[in-house]
Design a protein around this ligand. Structure first.
Ligand code: PEP
Ligand code: MN
Length: 333
């Protein structure tokens, strides 16, 4: 249920209403906007007399929220959420370019790619240290060493980085990480989501390979219900019967998620397509659909990449794409 307060209500009167609602055993999510304050009521609202609340002098409207997701529901938080990652803002008109290799392979590699993507205008670096691989015989990432190399790349370039966490057991290693990624395969690792909800760090939550938008939002809800509101959603392609691409980029997910939720939504055209030459057109499509950013795999030597070389752009290809994204955004914003 949401309670929309009238413009100009005093803090005193608002707090009185909140403590009355809390006494009914409800959790209250408060969203203070420029024009209106919205109280989101979480819990068993069957005991709340909607007519009584609606008749209060300070209340503008009372509405039931039928969706099972509450904290990430736009009805609870009408204004866009802006996630701040070490000063890099994502959402609410702030567009982020995140780029880097699929996996961290060596200091030379990650520093060279970080410098190249920075020169092309990227504001954040990506790179996997813990890699979820379909085959147990494939390169699993450099793990703790990979995280250290990401920190070196950050020091060399000033770019904050995002990197994937696969297990709650690895959490202590992620203390000095700027943004934690929950990959597609872990979107419903509920224990992990709950723990990330207790952290004070932004989370990049990728849509599962075969998950609905409601399931994605319920996963975001796990993180947010535990206290961490800094969640960025990522559309990275889903499994369909498409035969020539790795996945199918669900472009309509971007405006739909924006309608349902106030969380920023970014697009990953690399995993969506699996093919480097398809990355630029799909990246532009994502930006045109209103995405709040793009996460793109870039490698200085894609042919010899230890993971996802076929979908990785070379630095010069990334720079050319970044220029086009900028022009496209100028045209549509
Ligand atoms: C990745 O970002 O390298 C990755 C493994 O992505 P996803 O979880 O979307 O497959
Ligand atoms: Mn990858």
């Amino acid at each position: 249920m949401i309670v929309v307060l009238k413009h100009g209500v005093t803090d005193d009167k608002r707090d009185q209403l909140i403590s009355w609602l809390k006494n009914l055993g409800l959790q209250i999510h408060i969203s203070v906007g420029a024009y209106q304050t919205v109280l989101g009521l979480i819990g068993d609202t069957s005991r709340v007399d909607m007519d009584l609340v609606g008749s209060l002098e300070i209340v503008d409207a009372v509405k039931r929220v039928t969706e099972p997701f509450k904290c990430c529901n736009r009805k609870f938080h009408p204004e866009d959420m802006v996630v701040d990652c070490q000063g890099v803002k994502i959402g609410g008109g702030n567009f982020v370019m995140i780029a880097g290799p699929c996996s961290v392979e060596s200091e030379e590699q990650i520093v060279a790619v970080a410098k190249a993507v920075k020169a092309a205008g990227a504001q954040m670096l990506r790179g996997g240290a813990f890699k979820p691989r379909t085959s147990p015989y494939d390169f699993p990432g450099l793990k703790a060493t990979g995280l250290e190399l990401l920190k070196i790349a950050r020091q060399e370039t000033g770019l904050p980085f995002v990197t994937e966490i696969m297990s709650v057991a690895d959490l202590p290693l992620f203390e000095d990480v700027d943004m934690l990624q929950v990959g597609a395969r872990n979107m419903q690792n509920f224990d992990l989501l709950r723990e990330l909800g207790k952290m004070d760090k932004p989370i990049l939550l990728k849509r599962g390979l075969a998950n609905t938008l409601k399931e994605l939002l319920m996963s975001a809800e796990y993180i947010m219900a535990n206290g961490n509101e800094q969640v960025v959603l990522c559309e990275r392609g889903i499994r369909t019967y498409s035969d020539y691409t790795r996945n199918t980029l669900d472009i309509s997910a971007v405006p739909m998620l924006h309608e349902l939720s106030h969380l920023p939504v970014i697009v990953d055209p690399s995993h969506a397509t699996g093919i480097a030459k398809l990355v630029p057109p799909c990246a532009l499509a994502g930006a045109a659909a209103g995405a709040d950013g793009l996460i793109i795999e870039v490698h200085n030597d894609p042919i010899h990449a230890l993971c996802d070389g076929a979908q990785s752009l070379r630095p010069e290809e990334y720079a050319a794409l970044a220029g086009k994204v900028k022009k496209l955004r100028e045209a549509i914003v």
